[in-house]
Ligand binder design. Structure first.
Ligand code: PGA
Length: 259
C-alpha cells in the first residue's frame, strides 16, 4: 500500500517570522511515525534554513520549490542541488505550472533539473498538468504523456523510487475550481498506466502520484480516497496551519480506514 504525502508549496509567500511559526505548528502536529502519512513543506529559498531549524527533529520533510541543473558556478540568481542539500532539503519540486507557464520553463529544462537532482541526491516531485484549453480540446492525456516522457527522459526504474509525480491541472491551481473526483482519478490512473508501459508494473504501483489544484480541508477527503491519489500538493491552503493540518488529518483517517 502506498503512503500518502501531504505537501505544502508555499510559493512566494511568508516572511521569516510567519514561515518559522507555520513550520513549528506543522512540526508540532505532524502525524506519528506509525501512520502511513508523510508531510512536506516547501518554503521560499531564503527561509529554507530557519524553516529547517523550526522543523527540528520532526518527521516533516523540507523541500525546495525549484533548483538549477548545473553545478555551482556563474548562474546569477540560481541555486544548485548541493546548496539545497547543504541547507537540509531532501526533496525539490520541479516543473510546477507556474515555472512552466509564468517563467516559461520547457520540458527539456525540466528534464535537466530532474536528472541533475536525482544525480546530486535530491528526491524529486515532478509536476505535470494540462491547461484549460488543452482539456477542452480533449488533449489532456496527450499533454500528460508529453510532459511525463520528456520530464523522465533518462530516469531509470531504480531512480523512480526517488520520484513523486504531482498531477496539477493548471485550471485548478489557485482558482478554487478543484478537479472532480472522476477527472482526478482518470488523469492519475492514466499516468500510472504510462509508468507501467515505460517501466514496469512494480514501479508504477510503487510511485506516489499526488493531486494538486485548490485542495482545501472540505474537499481533501474525497480526493485522498481515490485509488490513484497518493496525497496532495497544496498551495493556498498550506499557508495557514488551520487549513493545512486538517488536510493532514484527513490523510491520516483515510490511511487508517484502509488499514
Ligand atoms: P493551490 O495550488 O492549492 O493554491 O491551488 C496548488 C499548487 O500550485 O501546487
Amino acid at each position: 500500500m502506498r503512503r500518502l504525502l501531504i505537501a505544502g508549496n508555499w510559493k512566494m509567500n511568508a516572511v521569516r517570522r510567519s514561515a518559522v511559526e507555520l513550520a513549528a505548528a506543522v512540526a508540532a502536529q505532524a502525524p506519528a511515525e506509525s501512520t502511513a502519512v508523510d508531510v512536506m513543506v516547501a518554503p521560499p529559498f531564503p527561509y529554507l534554513l530557519p524553516v529547517g531549524e523550526a522543523l527540528g527533529g520532526s518527521r516533516v520533510l523540507l523541500a525546495a520549490q525549484d533548483v538549477w541543473h548545473e553545478p555551482p558556478g556563474a548562474f546569477t540568481g540560481e541555486v544548485a542541488v548541493e546548496m539545497l542539500r547543504d541547507v537540509g532539503c531532501r526533496e525539490v519540486i520541479i516543473g510546477h505550472s507556474e515555472r512552466r507557464h509564468v517563467v516559461g520553463e520547457t520540458d527539456s529544462r525540466i528534464n535537466r533539473k530532474v536528472v541533475a537532482s536525482l544525480h546530486g541526491g535530491l528526491d524529486v516531485v515532478l509536476c505535470v498538468g494540462e491547461l484549460l484549453e488543452e482539456r477542452e480540446a480533449g488533449r489532456t492525456e496527450a499533454v500528460l504523456d508529453q510532459q511525463l516522457s520528456a520530464g523522465l527522459d533518462g530516469v531509470s526504474a531504480d531512480q523512480m523510487a526517488r520520484v513523486i509525480l504531482a498531477y496539477e491541472p493548471v485550471w485548478a491551481i489557485g482558482t478554487g475550481k478543484v478537479a472532480t473526483p472522476d477527472q482526478a482519478q482518470s488523469a492519475q490512473a492514466h499516468l500510472r498506466k504510462r509508468l507501467t508501459e515505460r517501466y514496469n508494473s512494480g514501479t508504477a504501483e510503487a510511485t506516489q502520484i499526488l493531486y494538486g489544484g485548490s485542495v482545501k480541508p472540505d474537499n481533501a477527503r474525497e480526493l485522498l480516497e481515490l485509488p490513484d491519489v497518493d496525497g496532495a500538493l497544496i498551495g493556498g491552503a498550506s499557508l495557514k496551519a488551520e487549513s493545512f493540518l486538517p488536510i493532514v488529518e484527513h490523510a491520516v483517517e483515510v490511511t487508517r480506514r484502509r488499514g
